[in-house]
Design a protein around this ligand. Sequence first.
Ligand code: NZQ
Ligand code: ZN
Length: 388
Amino acid sequence: MLGNFGYCNPTRLYFGDNSLKYLNRELKKYGPNILLTYGGGSIKKNGIYDEILQALEMNDKNVIELPGVMSNPTVHKLYEGCALAKEHDIDLILAVGGGSVCDYAKALSVSARCEEDPWDRYYIRQERPNNEIIPVGCILTMVGTGSEMNGGSVITHPEQKLKIGHVFGDDVMPKFSILNPTYTLTVPRYQMVAGFFDIMSHILEQYLSGEDDNTTDYIAEGLMKSLIHSTRIAAKNPEDYEARSNIMWTATWALNTLLSRGKTTDWEVHMIGQAVGAVTDATHGMTLAAVSLPYYRFILKDGLAKFRRFAVNVWDVDPTGKSDEAVAKAGLKALEGWMKEIGVVMHLRELGVEESMYDAIADGTFLLKGGYRQLSREDVIEILKQSM
Ligand code: NZQ
Ligand code: ZN
């Protein structure tokens, strides 16, 4: 049965190769002080920075720049942003980049005017904001996380070896996001493919949980089919606008709260992947790719009916004359084939994981209840071993 739910997504999207022109419309809604935050410099190389600065100047904005947001943004970078935001009366945080920059902007939006240590309040204690929140707008340059239309914000504490997400509410979600697929064409192949797998993982985390008959799972199957189709094209020809634009749209829908409506969700792959990321600083999507198949093989018998459905409905596995388990396994085999085809990392060793790290990774893995089987610490270590 489809469970009861509320649904609201307040983020206004502008999609397409002309979407930056709508920045003018959005900028008019905010005061003069814009905190422009971005990553390590890709936007300066590909010209996006110049286009945005021109729009900000045309709208008579004071631009306060906050560059250098790293992949897997750290709490120290967050403190730096808080100090800068306190010096200026910021009206809008404009994030230009991938999930890391968008996540960072949301963390800053709730932290800049927070009286407490934001790491303790939002990430360790998972409390809601009780202070003024600075509005955020995003201009997305890398596809995968869905951060452009959700309240998620993942921050890493390198010394504590913890990478933790907080899913904030409607009041923290971006007020607007500009999605121009041409901006993503300069993303290096490794990051592009990691993003492809991140999208698949977001859909699977929500799909592979529960056995109810509900519309949400049919939407998930449609998104996966589109993703598989378009990523096969984009892996061969990354310049293919049709494929890249479809992937961008799929990524947004994969994690903008739609696919979790009325059903349970798993998220254990992300918990293990984030713990790997906290210890290695590896690329997010690749951490998920390395642990997914061992995890799914580990829980296959507990969620057999759904794994069978995944095989038949998503991968067109012919079930005739086969046991449910054989069909389910054929689905995972097809998933493995697609992963190899697009070229994701298949083993944790490739990400710098060593056996001596197992304890730290297991300690940093949150054990959730929404999947087909609740893992123990020993189970996590077993999955890590099988992911090497
Ligand atoms: O920093 P620059 O120089 O901009 O380079 C970036 C970065 O090195 C580069 N890049 C981005 N756009 C580019 C480009 N290079 C050339 N041309 C462009 N147009 O790509 C690299 C990766 O960027 P990053 O933002 O780190 O990647 P991604 O979008 O995968 O974000 C990863 C972060 O998002 C979190 C992850 O944990 C990780 O910290 N997540 C956020 C989620 C959410 N908000 O819901 C959910 C996800 O599961 C995920 O956990
Ligand atoms: Zn993810």
